[in-house]
Design a protein around this ligand. Structure first.
Ligand code: SF4
Ligand code: SF4
Length: 448
């Protein structure tokens, strides 16, 4: 979008032409809402690593993620982010003004005002949906029940930044920092928006990556900000790809909601598989989607992925799937044309995925490498013993017997569990063969 058209563009539309993407009544992946079991925060991958569910090594590594600069974060820059992020958690909630402010009571006017504020505060894309009951965690970190008390959610996507990502392998010493950059900005924007709504006399709470009572993924889908991808627990936006983190404000202020979107990603991901090929620990399935807890999804191997992200020995964190995805691009005109073709012309999708490999996207572009590779050895900052430097592998064959393990909600740790809750790897592999397919689920629901 050029400077001339942006001057004529209403502020609630933001800089990306999301209004040009096809709207649909329901997300493009099946969600059987009355079959979704709410899960406790304790069942989150990182929370499980904190409690030692994946072993001592991962637990110890987690203690260093984002811990303060002086206490020995794995990477000094992440420690600096951590010190700035933690105080923001205290501002997620607050007092509501006793009287309602004299503003319009038209939900569309208020929704546009909130979106414009989000863009003014530097959110990249904003959408609004209902915060339905199944989108809330069941219990908080301490095991206290969470009440689904707000009707609406304002959902914001924050770009992790293309150029630094372009220089990274996705699993080197800057990987985690890219996430932290978006977490920090998301928490700041969400806090200001929630406080503003409370000052107007309505309840509101910010839900950041550090402290959230809601699951961001179904909210992003419902607010029309993307489609679910092969990476599994990652949504892709047509303009940012998977290169974003989210922040959410839930509230009872009346708001006009958006609709989910459809831009052909289900078909694209069935033809691409680049993320599965490039994942260093083979946590992404090459096969078809399954039904998991009411959701149609490509279900990744969460313990494999989380263990690598927290204890990666040649870097800090991992986002190699995000880095290598063809939808993660610079957004310049040539890419914009290619992505529009992939959206509008299904027969070009396989070619676009091939072309992305052919031009070497997903490799490191070292022109933009600005950070120091640093590790922390017992409190002493050192040059790392090794650093991930790997490029993409277009010639790598799809493995013949690739398998990921899945775990039903009943196999996850219960709310407030303090002790390690080991996972049953063998049971998880066996379970994979028993899960319902989306077609079977659609038929079953139709015959109900
Ligand atoms: S974050 Fe890394 S380990 Fe996890 S699925 Fe993506 S590429 Fe694989
Ligand atoms: S890399 Fe390909 S298969 Fe994976 S999420 Fe991106 S488009 Fe889908």
């Amino acid at each position: 979008m050029n400077i001339f058209s942006r001057r004529k563009r209403a502020p609630h539309l933001g800089r990306y032409p999301m209004e040009k993407i096809k709207k649909v009544d329901r997300p493009t992946t099946l969600i059987i809402e009355d079959e979704v079991k709410r899960v406790p925060k304790r069942a989150d991958g990182f929370m499980r690593a904190d409690h030692g569910d994946f072993g001592k090594k991962q637990q110890e590594a987690r203690n260093r993620t984002g811990s303060s600069t002086v206490k020995g974060a794995k990477v000094p820059l992440n420690g600096a982010f951590g010190d700035n992020m933690r105080p923001l958690m205290k501002l997620h909630k607050g007092e509501v003004a006793a009287e309602k402010a004299p503003i319009s009571n038209d939900p569309e006017v208020i929704a546009n005002n909130m979106k414009s504020l989000g863009y003014f505060l530097d959110a990249d894309i904003v959408g609004i949906c209902e915060a339905k009951e199944h989108m809330w965690y069941s219990h908080d970190k301490e095991g206290k029940p969470i009440e689904a008390r707000h009707k609406y959610a304002i959902v914001m996507l924050i770009d992790q930044g293309f150029h630094t990502n372009d220089a990274s392998t996705g699993d080197d010493w800057i990987s985690g920092t890219q996430s932290f950059r978006s977490y920090l900005r998301g928490a700041e924007i969400g806090n200001i928006m929630a406080a503003y709504i409370r000052n107007l006399g309505y309840e509101a709470r910010c839900h950041s990556a550090m402290d959230s009572e809601v699951l961001h993924l179904p909210l992003i889908l419902e607010a029309g900000l993307g489609e679910l991808s092969r990476i599994g627990e990652v949504v892709i936006n047509p303009f940012l790809g998977p290169r974003f983190k989210s922040a959410v404000v839930t509230t009872n202020i009346p708001l006009k909601v958006d609709k989910p979107i459809s831009f052909g990603l289900q078909d694209f991901c069935s033809k691409c598989k680049k993320c599965a090929r490039e994942c260093p620990v083979s946590a992404i399935p090459f096969g078809d989607k399954i039904m998991y807890n009411g959701y149609e999804t490509w279900k990744p191997d969460v313990p494999n992925c989380t263990s690598y992200r927290v204890s990666n020995p040649k870097g800090a964190g991992c986002g190699r799937c995000m880095k290598s995805c063809p939808w993660n691009n610079e957004g310049i005109l040539t890419y914009r044309i290619a992505t529009w073709m992939a959206i509008k012309l299904p027969f070009t999708r396989k070619f676009f995925a091939w072309l992305d490999d052919f031009v070497g996207n997903g490799n490191q572009n070292k022109i933009h490498k600005w950070w120091f590779d640093l590790d922390n050895d017992g409190g002493k900052i050192i040059i790392p013993k090794a650093t991930n430097e790997k490029g993409i592998s277009p010639d790598k064959d799809e493995p013949k017997n690739h398998r990921v393990s899945n775990y039903t909600v009943d196999m996850l740790p219960p709310a407030g569990e303090k002790d390690p809750w080991p996972f049953d790897r063998k049971g998880g592999w066996e379970l994979k063969n028993t899960l319902e397919t989306p077609d079977e689920a659609k038929k079953r629901v139709k015959n109900k």
